[in-house]
Design a protein around this ligand. Structure first.
Ligand code: HT7
Ligand code: ZN
Length: 877
């Protein structure tokens, strides 16, 4: 595929003011009639041909202002339609196309999921419905008429408000007309048709507008939609309160389907969801499922302003809507749940997904400046790092100025397709500060490394902090500049007290936030009455890797006393990671290193004294860094087997030392209260289950017994899955029996069986490869359903470091085979699975060679999609 470059952006030559669509829904031949009112764009080239995008389309009929077009006036193919000399005045084009929704396995455009008609148009799916200027800067007002058999699709939904409906006597068919008054790009277009169950309520906005909000799910699943409906109402209220944003239509519909390429889609007034992010009940969803549902419901709703009312000028600006909306959903969850625990969870995800991406062959800036396949840029960098950049803006400017900037952005760019420059200009204006240097965060790829060292001078009572930053090279960007980093900090004295921060006048330090924007600097703090321990990057105030010359003892002071809970957690994680890295080195020479006494003592004290007070936080503290966390910190010549052994040994030794405390905690946390998915109940479950995991590490027999009891007695999916996960790590009949029991209980529900598939795919044992191959033959598994493919193959490739990276290369081969098989069916999902190879260069040489061979085999295969071609080429590049 050709490279598309940011610098080549130019406006379209024509505009499309209104779009009238008529869908005649049929499983195999759906006819789509599009009436487009076009006019030359004053900003475009005069007399240019009109080049409309298409993808696998069949053109039935074409008329200009009501008259069939002469055959030599246009060129049509499944991939596009060109009018050679369109009128240089307003004109109407009527296009009739046919599509086959049942044959659409790519799940882009119009497709059917379990018999339900639905659409997915972002990024470039609308061109699979009709010929169009399918790019985000073409904004049109849509009216959509949908006609279908009443029996097959009693419910017909579209964007906007319902304008008309009726039966078509004698045909068994009916129709509904939807009108969306808000101009929008084609990627936000959607329709749904099917037999669905509904939960709904009336939501009254702060200004008194009554909105019918509804969630529609597959038949028989209505009770599992109530949590999502509640999360939607809470999101709407939060956006009014925190950002002053109100909903703007009479209805808001959410539809959940079981075949979906990503999590959900923010189509105007008609969000379509992967049912994984809607369906929840005590028996079927874990606490993290509940949290994810709340977050994704909020995310898609928040897009109504950040994405829909203000959209992107081009796909390079994707982070304008995604980074900002992720930031908004993170803030929402932080307000609804525990802010520190949410921050820890988000930083874990950032490091696991984005830092890894940024350190490998697929690294790219938050705003990429070139792409071959836009579907491959819905990445952790655009989403998660994009959110971090917005968070840094808020940290630097303060809450009030940030809100002022957001208000200005909504006011000035409402109804437009905007850019990152537009966004930043609002904050520059609101703050009176230049953000030119800050804007480099959008352009420069790679994770900066912040190095800090401190010197205390007792005599002058000064503390000098030396800071340096550098960013390793990334593909296409060998040279890096220093970035602007807000470093939220404190100097921690005796008993955890924050010492006053007194600096020279020229130091940019406000409200405990130091702005560091050079390659190196030194900051001197005065009147420092005792030797402090610096606590830097509080709340993870910048998305950087951080290296400070603090001893383990100093870090453990922060763990027990820092006023910032994030840095408490970070401090103990840093000590754990350091010891795990040393442990991994020791394993390679046949030794084993126990955790230090100081670490054991600190964790024992914490567990005994404070764990219960904030169970969710304690669960985070007691969850060891993952194998992938350790691999990422090691960075090169990674041997996943050595990491697994070191981590197992450390976990066992730590747990042995903590065992009596863990047992006590376990008993105290046993609750007979009625189930509630709220954050504090979930926190208690999380801590109890983290405890179970550790007890099993110290004493497998006892762990197995406890887990089997917990599994059998569980009255909710969190406890059942946690117990099953503990059992899954203990080979033998107990595990196999429990897995069989789970399969028997939930065989009827593929979404729940995904948990069973994923758990087995992540067992760190050599037999897992054959287990995964066997599960691919299981009746529940099908490659054409993205959730199934991700649960089994994705979990194996991304969640089982020792087995995917097997020394014999069989793990790589399995993934390569699956990608090649899936690519013709669903290239988007195939390409996403292939990104599991992004860490291959970090491996030790033997494994590296095998991974490279598998990747090369994929790259050399014929007839690959642009999606897979692009990932394979960049991974090898
Ligand atoms: N804006 C959406 C991104 C998206 C997508 C969703 C479903 C299927 C294919 C898709 N391609 C891109 C989801 C979001 O970030 O809110
Ligand atoms: Zn989004």
């Amino acid at each position: 595929p050709p490279v598309i470059r940011l610098e080549d952006y130019r406006p379209t030559d024509y505009l499309i003011d209104t779009v009238d669509l008529d869908f005649n829904l049929d499983p195999n031949v759906t006819k789509v009639t599009a009436l487009l009112s076009l006019r030359p764009n004053p900003l475009g080239r005069p007399n240019a041909p009109l080049v409309l995008d298409g993808d696998e389309l069949l053109l039935n009929d074409l008329r200009l202002d009501g008259t069939p077009l002469d055959a030599n006036a246009y060129t049509a193919s499944p991939q596009g339609l060109t009018l050679h000399a369109p009128p240089q005045r307003p004109f109407e084009l009527r296009i009739e196309t046919s599509v086959n929704p049942t044959a659409n396995t790519k799940l882009m455009g119009l497709f059917r999921s379990n018999g339900i008609y639905c659409t997915q148009c972002e990024a470039e799916g609308f061109r699979r419905i009709t010929y169009f200027l399918d790019r985000p800067d073409v904004l049109s007002v849509y009216t959509t008429r949908i006609e279908a058999a009443v029996e097959e699709a009693p419910l017909l939904l579209g964007n906007g408000n319902r304008a008309d409906a009726g039966l078509m006597p004698g045909t068994g068919r009916h129709f509904v007309v939807w009108h969306d008054p808000h101009p929008k790009p084609a990627y936000l277009f959607a329709i749904v048709g099917g037999r669905l169950d509904t939960v709904s309520e009336v939501y009254t906005t702060q200004s008194g507008r009554r909105v019918d909000i509804a969630i529609h799910v597959e038949q028989g699943k209505r009770e599992r939609a109530t949590y999502a409906l509640d999360a939607l109402a809470r999101s709407m209220r939060w956006d009014e309160r925190v950002f002053g944003r109100e909903y703007d239509l009479d209805v808001f519909n959410v539809v959940a389907v079981s075949d979906f390429n990503m999590g959900a889609m923010e189509n105007k007034g008609l969000n379509i969801f992967n049912d994984k992010y809607v369906l929840a009940s005590q028996d079927t969803a874990t606490d993290s499922d509940y949290a994810n549902i709340e977050a994704v419901i909020a995310h898609e709703y928040f897009h109504n302003w950040t994405g829909n009312r203000i959209t992107c000028r081009d796909w390079f600006q994707l982070c304008l809507k995604e980074g900002l909306t992720v930031f908004r959903d993170h803030e929402f969850s932080a307000d609804e749940r525990s802010r520190p625990v949410k921050r820890i969870a988000d930083v874990r995800t950032l490091r696991a997904a984005q830092f890894v991406e940024d350190a490998g062959p697929l690294a790219h800036p938050v705003r990429p400046n070139r792409y071959r396949e836009i579907n491959n840029f819905y990445t952790a960098t655009v989403y998660e790092k994009g959110a971090e950049v917005v968070r840094m803006l808020k940290t630097m400017l303060g809450d009030d100025v940030f809100r002022k900037g957001m208000d200005l952005y909504f006011e000035r760019f409402d109804g437009t397709a905007a850019t990152i420059e537009d966004f930043l200009s609002c904050f520059a204006e609101a703050s009176g500060r230049s953000l030119d240097h800050f804007s480099e965060w959008y352009a420069q790829a790679g994770t900066p490394i912040l190095t800090a060292s401190g010197f205390y001078d007792e005599v002058s009572r000064t503390y000098r902090l030396d800071l340096r930053q550098s960013t390793p090279p990334t593909p296409g960007q060998p040279e890096k500049k220093p970035l602007v980093m807000p470093i939220a900090m404190g100097l921690v004295g005796e008993g955890g007290r924050d010492l006053p921060l007194v600096t020279d006048n020229d130091v940019a330090l406000h409200d405990g936030v130091l702005i560091f924007d050079e390659a190196a600097t030194s900051v001197t703090f005065h009147n420092v009455t005792e030797k402090p321990v610096p606590s830097l990057l509080r709340g993870f105030s910048a998305p950087v890797r951080y290296d400070i010359d603090l001893s383990d003892d100093e870090l453990l002071v922060l763990f027990s006393a820092d006023s910032d809970p994030f840095n408490q957690w970070q401090a103990v994680q840093t000590v754990l990671i350091r010891q795990l890295i040393k442990g991994t080195e020791a394993v390679k020479t046949g030794r084993s290193l126990p955790p230090s006494d100081r670490l054991v003592r600190a964790l024992a004290e914490f567990t005994a004294a404070t764990a219960e007070q904030d169970a969710a936080f304690a669960a985070q503290v007691l969850t060891l860094p993952t194998e992938s966390d350790i691999a990422r910190e090691i960075g090169r010549d990674v041997d996943p087997d050595a990491i697994l052994s070191a981590r197992r040994a450390m976990k066992r030794q730590l747990s042995e030392a903590l065992l009596p405390t863990l047992e006590r905690l376990h008993i105290k946390l046993a609750s007979s209260d009625a189930f509630s998915p709220d954050a504090s109940s979930a926190g208690r479950r999380a801590l109890r289950n983290a405890g179970l995991d550790l007890i099993a590490a110290a004493d497998p027999e006892r762990g197995e017994q406890l887990a089997a009891e917990r599994y059998a007695a569980a009255d909710n999916m969190t406890d059942r899955m946690a117990a099953l996960a503990t059992l899954a790590l203990i080979p033998g009949a107990g595990r196999e029996d429990a897995l069989a029991d789970f399969a028997a209980r939930f065989a009827h529900d593929p979404l729940i069986m995904d948990k069973w598939l994923a758990l087995q795919a992540m067992i760190p044992e050599p037999q897992t490869l054959d287990r995964v191959k066997g599960l691919m033959q299981h009746p529940i598994f099908t490659l054409t359903n993205p959730n199934r493919a991700r649960a089994l193959i994705g979990s194996f490739a991304m969640g089982n470091p020792t087995q995917f990276n097997r020394i014999d290369g069989a793990g790589f081969d399995l993934l390569a085979d699956v990608v090649l098989k899936l690519d013709p069916l669903n290239p988007q999902v195939a390409a996403r699975l292939l990104t599991a190879f992004r860490t291959w260069r970090m491996l030790e040489p033997g494994r590296r060679l095998k991974a490279e061979a598998a990747l090369k085999r994929v790259a050399a295969a014929g007839n690959l999609s642009p999606d897979v071609t692009d990932i394979a080429a960049r991974s090898l590049g």
